[in-house]
Design a protein around this ligand. Structure first.
Ligand code: BES
Ligand code: MN
Ligand code: MN
Length: 457
């Protein structure tokens, strides 16, 4: 069956597709904040209704957290499982948004039209590119070119606590020939990509306690140990002068980039000056001697994501705080073991705390890095389909971000994942004024229509 009429229908129906996406974007499905629990549920209901209206056997599945959406469409041919997430990040700081994050709008910008709003790029806009491609295939031909299961999660932005148990319990229902995931970016504004390696993630929150209560820094300063000083010293000690992380054993399991991959990445022509220039910087901050792409895609990191303690409000207060806190995350590569690293980090940091202070730890998410096996035919078929749609050779790339499910699909269901997304690096994911380019949405729907067509051929 030719894909041409399906593409034509997608183009014709773009306004209706946008109206549907806007309905979904208006639901504030912030998974990490319990105040939005009912909204997460409503987003799941909306998706179930939409998929059912297309002929999918769709249902909402309860979990101890937010529900999963599972939908099946039976058709001859190989079986693909599509994954996306309907939850979004919190919107704070709200004052930095130029409009209501949950009142989406098409805006004109110097780089073209964009869809503005929370979740436009991460991940509602992206997941709807696949749903719209399915809708157009069914409307145009009465069926899909292959068997499709759609699996949507509502807890991705809060570490997917229900995901692994759910996958284990429903392994048979969720296992397909291959998984497709739409939650990544293009390589460059108009260069499509298949992401074949993702970094893992480990989160640690530390609290250093000094005196038993906040003190007057004139009466006690100089004699009472200040926990903020201790915390600052710990954080300063996490990297050496060359940018390497100093936690013992940190580099165990970090592979050197193979010469083949290095050559392939060098050939991508990544513009590091522009990449940094777009965020007001000019000097790569990673380990000396490594290329910027290596720093993002294949080197591990240790970053402070938040640091607080004492008085941080308006004006000034001469306080000697009782506690100082930091949230620290590690991006992992190769076979770095998040559990071992957690222990090693805690031991290392604890040894730096003076006798009169205490330190406590709270563990957050952890997932290992994943590298995809790209021999499944879906990779070549997708590469062809993307190249045809975008008119530029699709690139196989890495990503600095983390999508733990790609590894879980392999571990628990034995499935490879093709990560294909249409985000751009200036989409402001997790930030104020998140956007998704209209062109990315439209070409995204067309790309999936082509990929589905290839899967059926
Ligand atoms: N879609 C992102 C991951 C991503 C971002 C992939 C940019 C490629 C490029 C995903 O929703 C995300 O934000 N993941 C979190 C981890 C998660 C466990 C909270 C991340 O990478 O920080
Ligand atoms: Mn995402
Ligand atoms: Mn995200």
């Amino acid at each position: 069956m030719s894909v041409a009429p399906v593409l034509a229908r997608l183009d014709q129906d773009i306004d209706a597709a946008l109206a549907r996406l806007f309905d979904l974007l208006r639901i504030p499905s912030i998974s990490t904040d319990p105040a939005y629990k009912a909204d997460c549920d409503r987003a799941a209901d909306w998706l179930v209704a939409d998929l059912a209206s297309m002929g999918f056997d769709a249902s909402k599945r309860p979990t101890p957290g937010h529900p999963m959406v599972v939908a099946h469409y039976d058709a001859p041919g190989p079986h693909v499982l599509f994954y996306g997430h309907y939850d979004v990040q919190p919107v704070d700081p709200l004052e930095l948004w130029d409009r209501d994050p949950f009142d989406p709008q098409i805006q004109d910008t110097p780089k073209g039209q964009v869809i503005r709003g929370r979740g436009t790029s991460d991940d509602k806009g992206q997941l709807m590119t696949f749903v719209e491609a399915c809708r157009a295939w069914i409307a145009e031909t009465g069926s899909l070119p292959c068997k499709v299961t759609i699996f949507l999660e509502g807890e991705e932005e809060s570490g997917s606590p229900s995901l692994v148990p759910y996958m284990k319990e429903n392994a048979e229902e969720l296992t397909a020939d291959v998984a497709l995931i739409c939650d990544t970016t293009l390589f460059a504004d108009t260069v499509p990509a298949i992401t074949t390696q993702l970094r893992g993630l480990l989160g640690e929150e530390i609290t250093v306690t000094g005196p038993s209560k906040d003190l007057h820094s004139g009466m006690f300063g100089g004699v009472a140990m200040n926990p903020a000083r201790v915390l600052a010293k710990i954080i300063a000690a996490l990297h050496d002068g060359t940018g390497r992380v100093t936690v013992p054993g940190f580099y165990d399991g970090v592979p050197e980039l193979s010469p083949e991959l290095k050559a392939q990445w060098d050939g991508l022509g990544f513009d590091a000056d522009r990449f940094l220039g777009d965020v007001g910087l000019s000097i790569p901050a990673g380990e000396a001697g490594r290329s910027p792409l290596e720093m993002i895609w294949s080197q591990p990191t240790c970053e402070v994501n938040g640091i607080w303690g004492g008085y941080t409000g308006e004006g000034f207060k001469t306080v000697l705080p009782s506690k100082a806190h930091a949230k620290i995350s590690f991006r992992l590569v190769g076979s770095q073991d998040p559990h071992k690293l957690r222990e090693s980090f805690r031991d290392y940091v604890t040894a730096m705390v003076p006798a009169d202070c205490q330190i406590s730890f709270k563990g957050h998410g952890n997932s290992p890095a994943s590298v995809m096996e790209t021999s499944h035919p879906v990779f070549e078929k997708s590469r062809q389909a993307l190249t045809e749609e975008w008119g530029v050779e699709a690139a196989f790339i890495g990503s600095g971000g983390s999508i733990p499910i790609a590894g879980y699909f392999k571990t628990y269901l034995g499935m490879d994942s093709a990560l294909i997304g249409f985000g751009r690096e200036d989409d402001a994911l997790h930030s104020p004024n998140e956007k998704y380019d209209l062109e990315c949405f439209q070409k995204g729907t067309r790309s999936w229509a082509r990929i589905l067509g290839e899967m059926g051929s």
